[in-house]
Design a protein around this ligand. Structure first.
Ligand code: CAO
Length: 555
């Protein structure tokens, strides 16, 4: 196996950038194109990918190091065949930070007086398409300087600030956080003052790419472009801290935080210059999930979790009763998990137009099969439960009716091509929902085993946030306890939940006579914004067919 030195690829026009994050360590197995380190300049941060797949043998850079094209990042023992030449596989990185076309210095741009409103467009930002606006840094009425950053955009592997091509008073900002922008899109309209008008596609493009060179080239003589941009861009940057109030974190950490719904601005960074790392986001999530900390949004909602006064919903106040007047009482603070899940349940109950369909499934044969399987497997120690069969059956139904495995995102539906099933677990601390991942790829025995382990962890209070996230559908089984039907509350952002109660022997008419069959009560709650009643009835009917003849799972 060959040892390969992975180098910083062609990252555009800049000289040296600072290593602000190491994303791998010695011993890690890396894939080709996997991000290895994050580097940062004044106005952009980007991840440097590996040219080769293999095992990391040696790190050649440390936090704070300055690197440039050709610097060796690490040494990899290449997997399999000879590694692709670094220059070739470095191309994606070059594409990520595609250098702006050579331009005339900003200082040399013609100066003109603006007459009437001036439109500011997204300049040439290289090979980026559909980059997401993650921050709008200005507001109508602001006095904008030429080259002042207006918005921050982010791609998979880089984030950058987009400067204004003109000076003036901001009349209107045409984009908002979450919008996707491309070269030439209208960003803002300015009115008023004299503007240093430079051709947008030329000087502004330089302003985006050039600060990288500016920030990192104190030793080298800056190019005219870099020098000119430095002069106008420097005041906008808060050295050593956040950039214009934006939390200091790499694009991948931002993405990670967004996926978990973590408000990055509330996370304390432990990295270089207070940078927020993935570990910081994880620690924050753990603290919130364990109840040791609260997000600002949770703190604001806290009164609602305990009943609140309903004022925000325009309801009459919650009844205040002196219970002690009627008999002896004892007051106990609710546990943290109950408070957190209470707030979530309240939101989901209020915000989702939920409907519940009830049905029965004939599980006579399935129960007989389950009992015999458990007898055969007695020595293995793994007990197969009805819930494991239900999970498998639900995956088949979710595949047939994919909207049940989707989530609402604004006006769009996100269909998930993975089937992670959450199950409600009753614990001494309150209700918890561990998640079994990729249930489509697992057999009933493996699901049973994982369910047992996760349920134990839940009862012991040892579930990690990751073990409770990512579910696409949830099952709440009260079958071991009793009851007939109930109306479970959907676990947002999922769109449906299946409630299951205790199966009982019932007389069922087979067309000629009543026969005793073991019937399982099902209660499917669904989000009427996404699912129609007919689809819900079909889902339940299909589930019933599978449970009555489990061979259908194979079809
Ligand atoms: N009908 C009849 N019997 C059932 C059944 C059903 N639908 N489901 C389970 N049982 C039986 C089991 O076979 C087992 O019997 P044996 O001990 O004789 O084998 C017994 O009930 C206990 O099962 P269990 O509850 O331990 O196992 P499970 O796989 O069904 O459930 C778990 C595991 C973690 C989901 C469960 O322990 C639990 O916590 N349930 C509560 C969930 C809850 O609170 N939901 C409400 C949420 S809304 O507030």
């Amino acid at each position: 196996m060959a040892l390969v030195e992975v180098q910083v690829p062609d990252i555009g026009d800049f000289d040296e950038v600072t290593v602000i994050e190491l994303m791998v360590k010695v011993g890690d197995t890396v894939k080709a194109e996997q991000s290895l380190i994050t580097v940062e300049s004044d106005k952009a941060s980007m991840e440097i990918p590996s040219s080769t797949a293999g095992v990391v043998k040696e790190m050649r850079v440390a936090l704070g190091d300055k690197v440039k094209q050709g610097s060796i990042v690490l040494v990899v023992e290449a997997a399999g065949a000879a590694a692709a030449p670094a220059a070739a596989s470095a191309a994606p990185a070059a594409a990520v930070v595609a250098p702006a076309p050579a331009t005339a210095p900003v200082a040399a741009a013609p100066v003109a007086a603006a007459s009437g409103p001036v439109e500011v467009h997204v300049p040439d930002i290289g090979d980026f398409k559909d980059v997401v606006v993650i921050e709008v840094m200005v507001k109508p009425g602001d006095n904008i300087k030429v080259e002042q950053s207006l918005i921050t955009v982010e791609s998979d592997k880089a984030s950058m600030e987009i400067p204004s091509s003109h000076a003036g008073v901001l009349q209107e900002i045409k984009v908002k956080v979450g919008d996707k922008v491309n070269i030439g899109d209208l960003l803002a309209v300015l009115t008023g003052t004299v503007a240093a008008v430079a051709p947008v596609a030329a000087s502004v493009a330089a302003a985006v790419a050039a600060p990288v060179a500016v920030a990192s080239a104190p030793a080298a003589a800056p190019t005219p472009v870099a020098a000119a941009v430095a002069a106008v861009a420097a005041p906008a940057h808060a050295p050593g801290g956040t950039t214009l109030g934006l939390p200091h974190a790499s694009p991948s950490v931002r993405k990670f935080a967004r996926e978990l719904g973590v408000p990055l601005a509330e996370v304390k960074g432990s990295g270089l210059k207070g940078r927020i790392t993935e570990a910081d986001v994880q620690a924050f999530t753990q603290a919130v999930m364990s109840g040791a900390a609260q997000t600002k949004a949770q703190a604001a909602k806290a009164p609602a979790a305990s009943g609140g006064d309903g004022a925000a919903l325009g309801l009459i106040p919650w009844p205040k009763v002196d219970f002690a007047k009627f008999g002896p009482i004892e007051r106990k603070e609710m546990g943290r998990i109950k408070k957190i899940s209470g707030a979530n349940l309240l939101r989901n109950a209020i915000m989702i137009p939920a409907v519940t369909n009830h049905d029965d499934a004939d599980i006579t044969d399935l129960e007989a099969f389950r009992v015999s399987t458990n007898k055969e497997n007695e020595k293995s120690g793994v007990k197969v439960t009805m819930l494991a069969f239900l999970i498998k059956a639900c995956v088949a139904a979710l595949k047939k009716y994919p909207e049940f495995n989707s989530s609402l995102d604004g006006d769009a539906l996100v269909y998930k091509n993975y089937w992670h099933i959450g199950f409600a677990a009753d614990t001494p601390n309150g209700l918890m929902v561990p998640v079994i991942r990729d249930c489509d790829k697992k057999g009933v025995l493996q699901i049973s085993q994982e369910m047992g382990e996760l349920a134990k962890k839940a009862r012991d209070g040892k579930l990690s946030p990751a073990e409770m996230s990512g579910a696409t559908f949830t099952i709440s089984s009260l079958g071991g306890i009793g009851g007939k039907y109930f109306t479970p509350i959907i676990n947002a952002p999922e769109v449906a939940i299946l409630g299951v109660c205790k199966s009982t022997m019932e007389p069922v008419w087979d067309g000629k006579q009543f026969v005793p069959r073991l019937m399982l009560p099902l209660s499917l709650t669904w989000d009427h914004r996404v699912i129609d009643g007919a689809a819900a009835a079909r889902f339940n009917a299909f589930l019933g067919q599978i449970l009555s003849d489990f061979r259908r799972v194979l079809l």
